[in-house]
Design a protein around this ligand. Structure first.
Ligand code: FAD
Length: 380
């Protein structure tokens, strides 16, 4: 299908990322998976190449791009090689918009240069052991004492947390009767703050080179100057920023489905069963045709949303629709592609096995498919 969202600049960037992935990611990926994280030195390498600062304003060392198309190019190239950049997508696509929308000039000057260079990697900590989809139930609390907040609580499933230097921590700063969503705030917590601890690295079904951790806060004294935006408005900030986060998951899911079809197309033309190439069986052709049709629909939808995002008018409902549709397509497509690989599809050295394991979480994080349906249903 003809695509119209990219310019020559995006295609030149694609060439850079493709060669970076082949030379500096693919050879090391098994080691990164075994370690459960991308090394910090690689984040600094991405910083040197300007990858982390694409959407950061020029005055802080970035390129000042405002939309997500360069991120989409990265997602397509990573999916093509069935690898990942660890916590980078959270850093560039999810955390950055909060900083740009809500941080004070002092906070921007303090954190953005390191954000761009990879010296200051970032994570966002919303989810708690007892609270995921229902963000209004957050229990991590911060009480104001003079010019500090005293932070207590625990977070879980935090992407990039083992290597991050700065955490956007969503916590309760007050409780208003009858307003569950009020009273939540975001604090910028530095990793070396006394009382802050990164807990165990969680073992996951997929995304093995992306660290996911628990965090704990015991009487952490956070300077009041580290409040992001205004006190009590976190829920509004969270819902306001979810559209780009969800679009980012949608385009990664679509790219992964396309990559799964491509590796499977190659596999079935090489594999012979009952004396014939697997690709000659009508079932193989029909399954791949179905995968292609569904993925093409996902591609059309996600490219339309990327274009809306570039025009600055992507709506939360459009983003939820794209996330729901693309991640569900990804799930169906990778599953069928594993089936066409037979037993080899279950072997981790085959890219389809990694695409399969990495796919499952797309329907869960960034809001589950059920939450996406609720968002869409409310608008109908
Ligand atoms: C690999 C990974 C990385 C993550 N990274 C981060 C991160 O960096 N930062 C962070 O803060 N969080 C992160 N998360 C957390 C993620 O956002 C949550 O797991 C997700 O929001 C779901 O919350 P939960 O796990 O508590 O599930 P629950 O909310 O307990 O959901 C359980 C089930 O109930 C369903 N459900 C919930 N509400 C409704 C409803 N209203 N109607 C119908 N069904 C409903 C859900 O769809 C689901 O099927 C990550 C999770 C994973 C797995």
């Amino acid at each position: 299908m003809r695509r119209t969202i990219y310019t020559d600049e995006h295609e030149q960037f694609r060439t850079l990322i493709r060669s970076l992935v082949q030379s500096e990611v693919v050879p090391h990926y098994p080691d990164w998976e075994a370690a459960g994280a991308v090394p910090k030195s690689f984040y600094r390498r991405l910083g040197e190449l300007g990858v982390l600062g694409i959407r950061v304003p020029e005055e802080y060392g970035g390129a000042g791009v405002t939309d997500l198309r360069f991120s989409a190019v990265i997602a397509e190239e990573l999916a093509r090689a069935a690898v990942g950049f660890g916590g980078v997508r959270v850093h560039t696509d999810i955390v950055l918009p909060y900083l740009l929308d809500c941080a004070s000039p002092d906070q921007l000057a303090r954190y953005l240069p390191g954000f761009v260079s990879g010296e200051t990697m970032t994570s966002i900590a919303i989810t708690e052991p007892g609270t995921g989809s229902d963000m209004a139930s957050i229990r991590t609390s911060a009480r104001r004492e003079g010019d500090t907040y005293v932070l207590n609580g625990a977070k879980t499933f935090i992407t990039g947390g083992a290597n991050s230097d700065l955490f956007l921590v969503v916590c309760r700063t007050s409780r208003a009767e009858g307003d569950r969503r009020g009273g939540l705030s975001i604090l910028l917590v530095e990793a070396d703050s006394p009382g802050f601890a990164v807990g165990r690295m969680l073992r996951k079904v997929g995304l093995h080179a992306q660290d996911t951790v628990e965090l704990s806060f015991t009487d952490v004294a956070v300077p009041a100057a580290n409040l992001l935006g205004e006190e009590g408005r976190a829920f509004e900030y969270l819902t306001g920023n979810l559209a780009q986060e969800r679009l980012s998951i949608a385009f990664a899911a679509c790219a992964a489905a396309e990559a799964a079809i491509e590796v499977t197309r190659r596999y079935v033309s090489e594999r012979r069963v009952f004396g014939e190439p697997l690709s000659d069986f009508q079932n193989t052709k029909f399954v791949l045709a179905d995968c292609h049709a569904e993925t093409s629909a996902a591609r059309a939808l996600v490219d339309r949303c990327l274009a809306s995002d570039a025009d600055g008018d992507l709506t939360p409902v459009e983003a939820a629709t794209a996330k729901l549709f693309c991640t569900e397509v990804q799930g169906r497509v990778v599953d069928r592609c594993v089936q066409l690989h037979g037993g080899y599809g279950y072997m981790v050295e085959y890219p389809i096995a990694r695409l399969y394991a990495d796919a499952r979480v797309s329907r869960i994080y960034g809001g589950t498919s059920e939450v996406m349906r609720s968002v869409i249903a409310k608008a109908l």
